[in-house]
Ligand binder design. Structure first.
Ligand SMILES: [Zn+2]
Length: 431
């Protein structure tokens, strides 16, 4: 097995492949550079070694935080942890801090500070209020609706909220902690000038940025781009991302940060320009494009989120939910609309479904699925229509690239009584 540094080099030069997902977990804990350690996992842990004490960035998820703790203590049995930083409050990053607090109590050390953006508290409150919803949407997103697990709610809250750029000494190393908005409204990223290292959190994750996520709250493309450009000014040699291996080398770091910033910025600029001209969302979705040079970057592939969803999120941020089609302001129910359309067409439900299958054969998936939805909504108890609609979504999932889309389409197939053929590309990674 290659070392983490060798793997990081291979990923940068060759890019992810169909059997090498950018978020592949090595499950190792290795030194990247002097004083910079990294636990490669579904979401990564970074560790800064300051000589006499340690800084833990993103202790983990419920299914891996214990392993990461043991890996750290296998290498550094006696060094106290000065602080634990949450780069944001997503569940793959923010669990496991209690292990470090308990350990400090047992050893008579100072309890580690828990550093996070103040907005993480509102996030945790929201997660508690919408636990059922979050179980359902995460099951759809990651596992194609295969199972609904329990949504954990016992968070370790920050002991110190970082709302302005802040310096923290970790032994002999100074760490600069910066609040940001991007994938979330509660992001922190770290710069360690002495070690020429930046911990990006999920502001860089080796894929098209997760700025569009269809089932989640608002994301902030423009602020995100600005944070990446700010990082780029710092001339770092290493970035430790929230997901995927480290990037090592100044030119590589610059390319990763600047290209991702440009990707977000062009989507935001084009969308706002068209919004200012007064056109509806539908027009914007058909006109905004990402430049080919950015689409070619192996670390900007739409394997998790997609540019189309990012445009919708920019529209939502600067506009609202109304898409500019007047009938959609107060639309008929889906059922009423479907019944009316089916009534207009001889043998309506079957005719729509047959046309949907024909369109699918021509890879006109958008039209095909829309017609299948209308057929289904006209009579949601009809088993034959359910199965045909489920098959269609299962087939469509095979040609889609992003986790979001594959997950939602496979979950629809399951809801129609079809076991989807293709599994989400990275559900296997997550387990
Ligand atoms: Zn993450």
């Amino acid at each position: 097995m290659p070392t983490l540094v060798e793997y990081a080099d291979q990923m940068w030069t060759e890019g992810p492949t169909s059997d090498r997902h950018p978020w592949r977990a090595l499950n190792t804990f290795e030194e990247v550079s002097n004083g910079v350690w990294f636990a490669s996992s579904f979401a990564n842990l970074s560790l800064i070694h300051g000589g006499t004490e340690l800084l833990v960035v993103d202790p983990g998820a419920t299914n891996n935080a214990e392993r990461k703790f043991d890996q750290i203590r296998g290498i550094f049995p006696n060094l106290p942890v000065k602080a634990v930083v949450f780069t944001h409050g997503h569940h793959d990053h923010c669990f496991g801090a209690e292990r470090y607090i308990n350990e400090a109590n047992e050893n008579g050390w100072n309890s580690p500070e828990i550093l996070a953006h103040p907005a993480i508290n509102q996030r945790f409150n929201r997660y508690a209020k919408t636990a059922g919803f979050n179980e359902v949407i995460n099951s759809r997103q990651f596992r194609g609706g295969a199972s609904v697990g329990s949504w954990k709610k016992d968070y370790v809250r920050p002991t110190r909220e970082i709302s302005d750029p802040t310096e923290l000494d970790v032994g002999s190393v100074t760490v600069q902690i910066n609040p940001a908005r991007g994938e979330t409204d509660d992001a922190l990223w770290l710069h360690i000038p002495d070690l020429e290292t930046i911990c990006t959190g999920d502001l860089f994750v080796w894929t098209a940025p997760n700025a569009g996520n269809p089932q989640k709250v608002q994301r902030y493309s423009g602020d995100w781009a600005n944070s990446l450009l700010h990082m780029n000014e710092l001339n770092a040699r290493i970035i430790l991302p929230g997901h995927g291996p480290p990037i090592i080398g100044k030119e590589r770091v610059r390319d990763a940060l600047v290209s991702t910033a440009e990707y977000l910025q062009t989507l935001e600029d084009q969308t706002i320009q068209l919004m200012n001209s007064g056109v509806p969302l539908d027009t914007i979705l058909s006109e905004v494009t990402v430049p080919e040079t950015l689409l070619q970057k192996h670390f900007l592939q739409p394997v998790y989120d997609e540019p189309e969803f990012i445009i919708r999120n920019i529209w939502r941020l600067y506009g609202g939910w109304y898409d500019g089609q007047p009938a959609n302001l107060k639309p008929p129910s889906e059922a009423n609309m479907a019944v009316e359309l089916v009534r207009l067409i001889p043998n309506g439900k079957e005719a729509l479904m047959e046309r949907a299958v024909e369109l699918a054969a021509q890879e006109e998936w958008r039209l095909a699925c829309k017609l299948a939805d209308i057929a289904f909504n006209s009579d949601p108890t009809d088993k034959e229509t359910m199965l045909r609609r489920g098959m269609l979504y299962s087939e469509r999932a095979k040609v889609e690239t992003s986790t979001m889309t594959v997950g939602i389409f496979n979950s629809t197939a399951r809801e129609m009584g079809i076991l989807p053929d293709s599994d989400n590309t990275f559900s296997a990674q997550e387990k």
